[in-house]
Design a protein. Structure first.
Length: 294
């Protein structure tokens, strides 16, 4: 039986409910809504992060417009269709429908996170790539690495490029090319804005005419950003969800029953998301929204 949600004056059929986004069928396309929910370690937490959904939505819009010449994407508009409520403003976008390619396309320009753990565990080997010895956490790689992942029981499992080709065939080469070009463009742009784009992930799909980028683009949920000034001093100062993950790593919890998040941590997470948006776009998000309302 179909589930119909009443959103404003319109009844919408749910297409997909994710950890952070809810997507609905809409007028031959899809309506994607970014909530203020936050997830980490495959768990959704009960405490919302104010402005988070708006940052994800508007930053994706910014990057989709910037990178559409590299590869087409599913973005259509962030204008709210008639009949939908005002609370969806700034946090939703109408996108083209696509058949997802179930391969998460990850690009790493710097050695950190799970890649650094893999490097230490396997004597310099990182999912099929042999790296030079003696690299430290945060080291800039000679060339960005394409490290795809597949989803198994709601968890992302990184595999080698060779393994991904066995599963998905020749399309992997095209996905790798698009992913590397997108990353290199965005990292050059970020560096000019005082940020280091350490790594990021992409999703792609088929629209009947070829491949296009879907989901989100270079958000603090899907990407790892560091402050460039601090990086040059040897500090990995995160401007993304890693701050929140670090908090979780410092407390005792069973990774299944999500606790309420202290107000201070939620506020500091919000501040990072808003600051990142401002650094990349040159706009103060809260003022921008206020001006739109007025």
């Amino acid at each position: 039986m179909e589930t119909i949600y009443t959103v404003g004056d319109i009844g919408l059929k749910l297409f997909k409910k994710g950890k952070v986004r809810e997507t609905f069928f809409f007028d031959g396309n899809l309506l994607m809504v970014a909530t203020d929910r936050i997830s980490a370690f495959d768990v959704v937490f009960p405490t919302p992060i104010p402005y988070k959904g708006i940052v994800l939505n508007m930053l994706s819009e910014f990057w989709f417009k910037k990178t559409k010449k590299i590869v087409k994407n599913h973005f259509i508009t962030t204008d709210i269709p008639k009949g939908l409520p005002e609370f969806l403003k700034n946090r939703s976008m109408v996108v083209k429908s696509a058949r997802p390619i179930e391969l998460e396309c990850v690009v790493r320009g710097y050695l950190t996170g799970s890649a650094f753990k893999e490097y230490k565990k396997n004597n310099g080997m990182v999912w099929g790539y042999e790296l030079e010895k003696g690299l430290e956490d945060g080291a800039k790689l000679k060339e960005p690495l394409f490290t795809p992942a597949i989803k198994k029981v709601d968890k992302d499992i990184t595999i080698s490029v060779e393994e991904s080709r066995k599963i998905f065939g020749g399309v992997v080469e095209e996905l790798q090319e698009y992913s590397l070009k997108l990353y290199e463009f965005a990292n050059r742009y970020a560096l000019k804005k005082g940020l280091v784009l350490a790594d990021t992930k992409f999703e792609f799909g088929y629209d009947g005419k070829g491949i296009m980028q879907i989901d989100e683009a270079f958000t603090p949920d899907s990407s790892r950003y560091w402050l460039k000034e601090e990086y040059e001093k040897g500090n990995l100062e995160s401007m993304d969800k890693q701050f929140f993950r670090n908090y979780l790593l410092g407390i005792e919890w069973d990774r299944s029953s999500p606790p309420e998040i202290p107000k201070e941590i939620a506020e500091k997470t919000k501040e990072r998301y808003l600051k990142l948006y401002e650094m990349i776009t040159g706009k103060n998000l809260q003022k921008e929204i206020k001006n739109k309302i007025n």
